[in-house]
Design a protein around this ligand. Structure first.
Ligand SMILES: [Zn+2]
Length: 163
């Protein structure tokens, strides 16, 4: 069945059902289609509104079998670049050990600051008693101490201390 929106010559509009478009054409030609308002048989299609009947009786028309999804479509956005400064577990462990060593030294030794070369020398030559000290020495001073046979060790410097 096809529904046509029809209009008579006087401008009345109405809907009418026909088996198919050929049936409508025949009936309209023969003047069998009349305006329900005024009985005018000069009928024209006002608006093509073909609505297939019967679909409601048979239930809803079946849905499209599947909506095609492009298989190559990216499933997820690529992850943002990872931070380049991430530390490996080994690096973290190393730093922890350095920190432990330094903490141990600074807890058990006396900070003599810039007098370190002088104090180290005094201890080495027996002027004062041996004790654990730490302090500052320029690379040149440290080199001289080592050349004199005074064992000095650089304190591990942790990256966060350099700021
Ligand atoms: Zn009419």
């Amino acid at each position: 069945m096809i529904r046509y929106a029809l209009a008579c010559s006087k401008g009345h509009t109405f809907d009418s059902w026909f088996q198919n478009s050929a049936v409508y054409d025949k009936q309209a030609k023969r003047g069998l289609v009349e305006c329900p308002v005024c009985g005018d048989s000069k009928i024209e299609k006002a608006l093509m509104a073909p609505t297939l009947s019967g679909t409601k009786k048979r239930g809803r028309p079946s849905m499209p079998a599947a909506i095609p999804v492009p298989s190559e479509a990216p499933v997820a956005m690529p992850e943002a670049p990872a931070p380049v400064a991430m530390m490996s577990p080994q690096e973290r462990e190393f730093r922890t050990k350095l920190k432990e060593l330094r903490d141990h030294l600074t807890k058990n030794a006396e900070n003599v600051g810039g007098k370190f070369p002088e104090e180290a020398r005094k201890m080495h030559y027996g002027e004062i008693e041996h004790r654990s000290i730490y302090g500052e020495a320029s690379p040149q001073e440290a080199k001289e101490l080592i050349e004199e046979g005074i064992e000095v060790h650089p304190l591990p410097v942790l990256p966060e201390d350099r700021n």
